[in-house]
Ligand binder design. Sequence first.
Ligand SMILES: [Zn+2]
Ligand SMILES: [Zn+2]
Length: 102
Amino acid sequence: MTKKVRNINGISNNNCRCGSWLAHWEKFSGRKAVFCSEAGCANQAEAGGQVLRVGANDDNWYIIPLCKEHNALTGRAIEVIDATIFVPVDAEETCGSEGHGR
Ligand SMILES: [Zn+2]
Ligand SMILES: [Zn+2]
């Protein structure tokens, strides 16, 4: 089983206090990112990719672990494994609040 997402990296340059989106994903998922979420991809997770869920009636932006190759596919739809944990980008408002204005 897979889920379809659209890679929206680069639409916004927002960042947060976690240091990287991959660190952000680990912090809020409580997991260690090991492999790319793309179904059939065996590469290591090297970045937190910003994605939209396709066909889920959900406009929120999420972070998922991706390899460099899949993280670079901005604007493209990719299939991710069913067990993928979607961490909302909005969590940035919590983890990023102390950093504003510095
Ligand atoms: Zn964060
Ligand atoms: Zn990949």
